[in-house]
Design a protein around this ligand. Structure first.
Ligand code: FAD
Length: 446
């Protein structure tokens, strides 16, 4: 029997296990599966921990989520096609829930599909190599609890470790003299830490924007958002938020920006993104990528061009649970011989075409969303992944983009239609800016 190693039991790895399980339930013979997971539970990024830095085994902490985190897209944009929020919670509820609600939801589908039996928790993968003669992969893993390492052989390897865990930390002149609190957003756990403080947020991505409004919500005295974009981000900020060019230098608590302006701050939060980081993959199998939609060397966004028995899930700059399911189904069908992968030249030209198209066509977030939807629909067409209403999904993604551009302080209060059940979400009992209890119980209350 063929053997598949799945590395990571976050939403991508779980989607892969679920895809195989779905085939088994339809009577197909599925391969032998082993899923290695570094943490003590599934859920990946959504598996919150109070820890930062290293865990109790000395492993780098995976999750970048802080305690007060709410989804930054509506839940209707990220619903499982075959497991609606309505099915899991038994009711319809508002659209931007806290992390705890999403974790519960991920947990619910994983339990329902009965995939825990394949997962080895507390077992990070240390090394993956390919033996050309045998046509097999060696996967070396570390059983942290017993502190033993072992190696097994597999026919296929699916890498599903995400790409929002290893911080990208740029240097700014004089930053070593900064006398306040300096951290990357990966290490932030509680926004109340910044109440009444002057905070500098560096970056212009979603995480920088979200961090800015969260700092505002949790009572910062002021927020300065500094970035390298040529033009302002374009949001109408509150009075105590200002946008400045990129940080040029730091001297104690004084920050100087590229336009010569200065400000004194108590804290600097680096929202400077993450590195695609796969230290355990042998050189010839290792993805080297930047944060974009079309990823170099991945045919159809998932198949390693130089060895079509290696797959990377969820590597794009934009992730929803629908797309992760679609990718997992696509990979499953390659492994099970249902989808044919063309030769290397064709794989490479698929990658180059995707990259060229992205470079030529993406001028705005709306373009990004359009290509993202097209990509998901393209893969969906080749599989029997459960269907959802694509038009409603599109509408939800564009609605999110429009409302976020219009008002960063109210977009989380909007209602959305589910592309899975067709139901419109109700208004939440408390506007986002006044909601400070991020527990599941409070959010789901009528
Ligand atoms: P991850 O969730 O990162 O899971 C990867 C898993 O691999 C982890 O469990 C990890 O422990 C494991 N792993 C890592 N290394 C190893 C190893 N060597 N061996 C074995 N296991 C390993 N997405 C949304 O759809 N909506 C949102 O609102 C949203 N908000 C976000 C907010 C923040 C701050 C961040 C950082 C991300 C957010 N995301 C959001 C994106 C989020 O990453 C995805 O929702 C999802 O978690 C991606 O799943 P994944 O399985 O690919 O990766």
């Amino acid at each position: 029997m063929k053997r598949v190693a799945v590395i990571g039991a976050g939403p991508s790895g779980l989607a892969q296990l679920h895809a195989f399980q779905s085939a088994a339930l339809k009577g197909a013979e599925i391969p032998d599966i082993v899923c290695y997971e570094k943490q003590d539970n599934w859920g990946g990024m959504w598996n919150y921990t109070w820890r930062t830095g290293l865990d109790e085994y000395g492993e780098p902490i995976h999750s970048s989520m802080y305690g007060n985190l709410r989804t930054n897209i509506s839940k209707e944009c990220m619903e499982y096609p075959d497991y609606s929020f309505q099915e899991h919670f038994g009711k319809s509820f508002a659209s931007f829930p806290p992390r705890s609600v999403i974790f519960d939801y991920i947990d619910g589908r994983a339990k329902k599909s009965d995939v825990r039996k394949w997962i080895r928790f507390r077992t990070p993968v240390r090394r993956v190599t390919y033996d050309e003669d045998k046509g097999m992969f060696s996967v070396a893993a570390h059983d942290l609890v017993n502190d033993t390492e072992y190696t097994e052989e597999f026919d296929f390897v699916v890498v599903a470790i995400g790409h929002f865990s290893t911080p990208n930390v740029p240097y700014f002149s004089g930053i070593e003299t900064f006398s306040g609190r300096l951290l990357h957003s990966h290490d932030l756990r509680n926004l109340l830490e910044f109440k009444d403080k002057d905070v500098l947020v560096i970056g212009s991505s979603f995480s920088a924007e979200d961090m800015t409004v969260q700092c505002w919500k949790y009572g910062c005295k002021s927020v300065t958002i500094s970035h390298r974009r040529a033009t302002p981000i374009g949001h109408k900020w509150a009075d105590n938020i200002k946008e400045v060019p990129l940080l040029q230098k730091v001297s104690n608590s004084t920050c100087t920006f590229e336009d010569g302006s200065t400000t004194d701050v108590d804290a600097i939060i680096l929202c400077t993104g993450y590195l695609h980081h796969f230290p355990f993959m042998a050189d010839d199998l290792k993805l080297r990528a930047t944060n974009r939609l079309a990823i170099d060397n991945l045919y159809k966004g998932v198949v390693w061009v130089d060895n079509p028995k290696v797959y990377y899930l969820g590597m794009q700059d934009a992730l929803t649970f629908m797309q992760l399911d679609v990718e997992a189904w696509y990979v499953r069908d390659i492994v099970m011989g249902r989808i044919h992968v063309p030769d290397r030249d064709a794989r490479l030209s698929n990658v180059k075409e995707r990259m060229a198209r992205e470079d030529a066509e993406i001028k705005s977030l709306a373009d990004h969303i359009r290509l993202y939807i097209e990509y998901t629909v393209e893969l969906l067409a080749d599989t029997d992944c459960p269907r959802f209403n694509i038009e409603m999904w599109k509408a939800a993604l564009y609605q999110w983009n429009d409302q976020r551009s219009e008002n960063m302080f109210t977009y989380c209060d909007a209602c959305y239609r589910s592309p899975v059940t067709g139901t419109m979400s109700p208004l939440h009992h408390t506007p986002w800016k006044d909601a400070f209890d991020d527990s599941l119980e409070c959010y789901l209350r009528d």
